[in-house]
Ligand binder design. Structure first.
Ligand SMILES: Cc1cc2nc3c(=O)[nH]c(=O)nc-3n(C[C@H](O)[C@H](O)[C@H](O)COP(=O)(O)OP(=O)(O)OC[C@H]3O[C@@H](n4cnc5c(N)ncnc54)[C@H](O)[C@@H]3O)c2cc1C
Length: 511
C-alpha cells in the first residue's frame, strides 16, 4: 500500500469542461473523484470580473445560438439572460449577419455601426454595403465549397475568399479604378480581422478551407450576453451540488507530470506505487495523487507547450495524437476594455469599426499574414473594433487578434496608444481613458492563447483523434475533454460543456 491519496478518477482543470464533468459525476451519484485546478478560481477561459455595479468579461462573453444549445437552455430557464431571448431570434438579414454577428440594419447603419478610417473619414455606405455583401457571400461560398468539394489538398481560406470577393464585387464596382480597389482591399482586411477574432487565428490564411464547414453554428442569436456575466452560468450549473462540488475541488494544484507504468522495475512510476494500472500525478506543490482515470481538460495551447513533458513516458501517446496537437490551430483573442470619466461617443453607437486605409505600405497578403509587420509600432492595427459595454455607459470594449505583443505593455502605454489612435479615427481630441482592463490569454501559461480552430493543413478527423482516450496496456486511461475536443462546437463554451459530459459519461458507462 502506498501513502498517497488515491481516487478512481481525477479531473484536471476547473473550466467549463472540468466543471460539467464533475457535476455530471455528482448528478449520477459517482463520487470517487477529485477535481484539480492550477489557479485559485474556477472558470478558466470564462473569467467574469465584478467591477462597481456591473461585470466585465475577460474571456467568453456570448452564448452562441439558441436551438439545442445546453448553455442557452440553462440561461433561459434560470432567467440569466433577458426574457427577450425566449423567442428564437434571427437577425433581420440572417445571411448578412451569420458570420460576423453584426446586425447591419440599413436605416440605422450609419448611426449605429461607424466605419471610420484613420484619417477620420467615414467609409462610403454604398461601398460598405456592396463590399460586405460580397464578402459574406464569398465566406458562404467557402463553406459550401468545403462541403461539396472534399479537397485532397487543403487551401488557405484567405486566398479563396479574396478571389471570390473580387469576382463578385466586379459585377457592381469598377475594380480597375485604383481608388475603388484600394477601398475594397481595406474593407477586406477589416472583415478578415473579424474572422480572425471569431476563429482566434492571426490570419485568415491560417484557416483551413477544407475544414471550414466543420464548425456548426447553432440556430438563433449568436450574441446573447448573460445579464450577470458568464460566471452566473457556472454558478447555476454547480448550484444543486455546491457543497459536494466544493469538497471535490482543489485549487492551486498545477499538474506537472502524469506518470504511467512502463512495466519495468526501474520506471519512475514504480517509485510511487507498485500497482501498474495506477496513474501517478505530480503537482507543482509537491502533492502526489494516484488514480486510474484522468479527464484532462487543459487547453490545446497548454498541450502544445507541455505534452512532451506532461505525459511520461510520452511513447504511450500515439504519434497521430501528437501530430494533431502540433497541427491543430490555436491562437489568441484579447480584449482591451477602456473606462472613461464620461463617454465621448454617441449614446446610440453600436460599434466603431477601424478601417485602416493606407494600403500603399505593403502587399495585401503580407499585411494579412503580418509579414514585415513591426509589431512594436503597429500592434494597434490589429484592433478591429470597439463597442460600448452593455453594462456601463462609459466603457468601450476593444477586440484584438493577430498579435499578442500588447500583452507585454504597461496599462499606461496601452491607454496612450488607444487615445492616439481613437483620436485619429474620430478626427478629434478624445479624453484619456481613466482605466484599462485587459486580458492576457497568450502570456498566461495555463492557457497560452484563447481557443482552437482548424488550421490550414489540418485533417477532418483531427479533433476525433485529439478526443480519443489514451489507454495503456495496464488499463489506465487518459480521457481528453475541453473545447478543442468537440468536433462541431470547438472554440465555444457549449462545446467545452458537452465535451465534459461526454468524457464523464464514458467513465460512468464503464464503472
Ligand atoms: C477572449 C475570449 C473570448 C471568448 N468568447 C467566447 C464567447 O463569446 N462564447 C463562447 O462560447 N466561447 C467563447 N470563448 C471560448 C470559451 O471561453 C472556451 O471555449 C471555454 O471556456 C473553454 O473551456 P475549457 O473547459 O475547454 O477550458 P478552460 O476554460 O481553459 O479550462 C481549463 C482549466 O484548466 C486549468 N489548467 C490548465 N493547466 C492546468 C494544469 N497543469 N493543472 C491543473 N489545472 C490546469 C486552467 O486554469 C483552466 O481553469 C472565448 C474565449 C476567450 C479567451
Amino acid at each position: 500500500m502506498s501513502n498517497y491519496q488515491s481516487f478512481e478518477t481525477v479531473i484536471i482543470g476547473a473550466g467549463m469542461s472540468g466543471i460539467s464533468a464533475a457535476v455530471n459525476f455528482l448528478k449520477n451519484g459517482y463520487e470517487n473523484f477529485l477535481l484539480f485546478e492550477a489557479s485559485d478560481r474556477i472558470g478558466g477561459r470564462i473569467h467574469t470580473i465584478d467591477y462597481e455595479d456591473g461585470i466585465l468579461e475577460y474571456g467568453a462573453q456570448f452564448i452562441h445560438g439558441q436551438v439545442d444549445n445546453p448553455i442557452y437552455k440553462i440561461a433561459i430557464e434560470n432567467e440569466l439572460i433577458d426574457e427577450y431571448y425566449k423567442e428564437i431570434l434571427y437577425e433581420s438579414d440572417e445571411d448578412l449577419s451569420k458570420h460576423n454577428g453584426l446586425k447591419i440594419n440599413l436605416e440605422e447603419k450609419e448611426r449605429l455601426n461607424l466605419f471610420l478610417n484613420e484619417n477620420g473619414n467615414k467609409i462610403d455606405n454604398n461601398l460598405i454595403e456592396i463590399a460586405f455583401d460580397c464578402l459574406n457571400r464569398s465566406i458562404r461560398l467557402a463553406e459550401k465549397y468545403s462541403i461539396t468539394n472534399p479537397l485532397d489538398q487543403d487551401l488557405k481560406l484567405g486566398f479563396f475568399i479574396y478571389e471570390n470577393f473580387l469576382n463578385l464585387a466586379k459585377k457592381f464596382l469598377n475594380i480597375k479604378d485604383s481608388e475603388v480597389k484600394n477601398n475594397l482591399d481595406c474593407l477586406f482586411l477589416w472583415r478578415c480581422k473579424i474572422e480572425n477574432v471569431e476563429n482566434s487565428c492571426n490570419s485568415v490564411n491560417d484557416l483551413s478551407l477544407k475544414n471550414f464547414s466543420n464548425y456548426i453554428e447553432l440556430k438563433g442569436s449568436q450574441i446573447i450576453e448573460p445579464k450577470r456575466g458568464y460566471k452566473s452560468i457556472l454558478q447555476q450549473i454547480i448550484q444543486n451540488y455546491e457543497q459536494k462540488f466544493e469538497q471535490k475541488l482543489k485549487f492551486k494544484h498545477e499538474l506537472n507530470k502524469i506518470l504511467l507504468c512502463e512495466n519495468s522495475s526501474d520506471c519512475k512510476h514504480s517509485k510511487f506505487t507498485k500497482d501498474p494500472k495506477k496513474i501517478v500525478l505530480l503537482f507543482n506543490n509537491e502533492n502526489v495523487v494516484l488514480c486510474e482515470k484522468i479527464i484532462l481538460t487543459v487547453s490545446l495551447g497548454f498541450l502544445k507547450e507541455n505534452i512532451k513533458t506532461l505525459i511520461d513516458p510520452i511513447s504511450y501517446v500515439p504519434l497521430e495524437k501528437l501530430e494533431v496537437i502540433e497541427r491543430q490551430g490555436y491562437g489568441t483573442v484579447n480584449k482591451i476594455i477602456l473606462e472613461y470619466e464620461t463617454p465621448f461617443w454617441d449614446d446610440n453607437l453600436e460599434t466603431i469599426n477601424l478601417i485602416w486605409s493606407d494600403m500603399d505600405r505593403e502587399n495585401l497578403f503580407d499585411r494579412l499574414d503580418h509579414v514585415n509587420f513591426d509589431v512594436k509600432k503597429r500592434w494597434f492595427e490589429d484592433v478591429c473594433s470597439f463597442e460600448p459595454s452593455i453594462n456601463y455607459d462609459n466603457v468601450l470594449i476593444g477586440w484584438i487578434c493577430g498579435n499578442s505583443y500588447h500583452e507585454s505593455l504597461s496599462d499606461e502605454e496601452i491607454i496612450n496608444e488607444c487615445t492616439l489612435n481613437l483620436g485619429k479615427f474620430f478626427n478629434k481630441e478624445i479624453p484619456k481613458a481613466k482605466n484599462v482592463f485587459r486580458s492576457k490569454w497568450n502570456s498566461n501559461p495555463l492557457f497560452n492563447g484563447s481557443y482552437s480552430f482548424y488550421s490550414y493543413g489540418s485533417q477532418p478527423d483531427d479533433i476525433d483523434i485529439l478526443a480519443r482516450p489514451l489507454i495503456t496496456e495496464n488499463g489506465a486511461v487518459i480521457y481528453f475533454a475541453g473545447e478543442a475536443t468537440h468536433p462541431e462546437f470547438y472554440s465555444t463554451v457549449h462545446g467545452a460543456y458537452l465535451s465534459g459530459i461526454r468524457e464523464s459519461n464514458r467513465i460512468l458507462e464503464n464503472s
